[in-house]
Design a protein around this ligand. Structure first.
Ligand code: AOF
Ligand code: ZN
Length: 373
């Protein structure tokens, strides 16, 4: 159950959410968190979680405010933690600083870290929260919340289509659909995940680098992952040429020749053999499980069409990052989801960013959220 908020409280809390974004690319797998300390109608300090393992948002704000925190209201986008983790518990820090009131957004799903709200209440602090629905909380820190519900990584699928729903003008062709704004957003998404994944055909035809080259560099560059059943990723391509600079993982299947695997390893990439799911297809559950075991908690799939459709078909997509270009590809275009048994609709994440209304779909795409650009 969520607690209702006054307009003033909501405005400050939304400001805390915007501040949280300053940690983008630096804090995952921990959540983005923002905190605002307000006293007598004035913001006296802003704090945010700026670096994984570093001070929490509340701690930063309290340090900046010093003695002025006494009697203030703290607005925090996530319930204050009460655990002794990499940093001391924020519930204790807020209490000791004499903060009179705490208004927070999302409930902390963490077993040990959660429950700071109740602890503060018990200590006599006025606490208002949780005030975000689970859906809102998940939209802000999707991979963080996903971790408590699943063993596999959170998966975002980037899909660029024409307005008539095509992903390429003709089979096997690369069609450049979107513009610089979309490219910037993709780099921003890359900075927030642990792995960026493509299929082997995309690695061969597009020769992508899959690095973050726009905006502030992430704390850890995402691992570049190719799903390559037959080990055909070109040795002289952009990925394998730079495999010693930013890690490259190649998932291969039983069809892969030993010599190709040896050459890929010699180039500095890590080969992960997994089971097959038919000709030229890998067992996606196994791929994701392996990724999870090796510390990938959030994954961005950038295509191609076949891999994206296979992930969606297996209900392995949590977020669809949909880029719709103002172009028409026409009758010969390759559809984003070929050979589906029935027309596809999507479950829209309501929110300020999405004015999208789903058609009544015979078969819904099982995504948690949808971003449309
Ligand atoms: C953050 N930043 O601002 C807040 C968090 O890894 P630790 O020990 O720093 O603890 C991370 C947990 O603390 C995290 O899972 C969440 O439950 C809680 N709150 N975490 O990284 C913050 N407020
Ligand atoms: Zn904390």
């Amino acid at each position: 159950m969520t607690v209702p908020l006054s307009d003033t409280d909501r405005a400050y809390l939304e400001q805390a959410v915007r501040i949280a974004d300053r940690g983008w690319g630096r804090v995952h797998p921990n959540p983005l968190v923002g905190c605002l300390l307000v006293k007598d109608g004035t913001v006296i300090a802003e704090g945010w979680h700026a670096e994984y393992g570093g001070p929490h948002a509340e701690a930063m704000a309290l340090t900046l405010a010093g003695d002025r925190a006494r009697g203030a209201t703290a607005y925090v986008s996530l319930e204050p933690c009460r655990h002794e983790g990499r940093t001391p518990p924020c519930s204790r820090a807020l209490r000791r600083a004499g903060v009179a009131r705490v208004v927070y957004g999302a409930a902390d799903p963490g077993g040990d870290s959660g429950g700071g709200g109740d602890e503060l209440r018990a200590a006599g602090v006025e606490v208002v929260g949780p005030t975000f629905t689970e859906r809102r909380a998940r939209a802000l820190n999707p991979a963080f919340h996903h971790r408590f519900r699943s063993d596999r990584p959170w998966v975002a699928l980037k899909l660029a289509t024409s307005i008539d729903g095509g992903i390429a003008a003709r089979a096997g062709e690369q069609s450049w659909l979107t513009g610089p704004e979309a490219r910037d957003e993709v780099h921003r998404l890359r900075a927030s995940v642990d792995g960026v994944m493509v299929g082997a055909r995309t690695a061969r035809t597009d020769d992508p680098r899959l690095t973050v080259r726009v905006g502030a560099p992430p704390r850890v560059p995402p691992v570049r992952i190719v799903l390559d059943p037959r080990a055909t990723t070109p040795l002289d391509g952009a990925l394998l040429r730079t495999a010693r600079e930013v890690p490259v993982w190649i998932f291969t299947g039983p069809e892969a020749p030993d010599a190709a695997l040896a050459a890929i390893e010699a180039a500095g990439a890590v080969v992960h053999p997994v089971g097959s799911a038919g000709p030229h297809a890998l067992d996606l559950d196994e791929v994701l499980r392996r990724c999870g075991e090796r510390g990938i908690s959030a994954l961005l799939c950038e295509g191609g069409g076949r891999l994206g459709a296979a992930l969606a078909r297996a209900d392995l997509v949590d977020r669809l990052a949909l880029f719709v270009a103002p172009r028409v590809l026409g009758a010969e275009a390759v559809p984003a989801f070929p050979d589906w048994p029935a027309p596809v609709g999507a479950v829209a994440a309501p929110g300020p960013d999405s004015g999208w209304v789903p058609a009544a779909p015979p078969r819904a795409l099982g995504v948690d959220s949808l971003l449309v650009f």
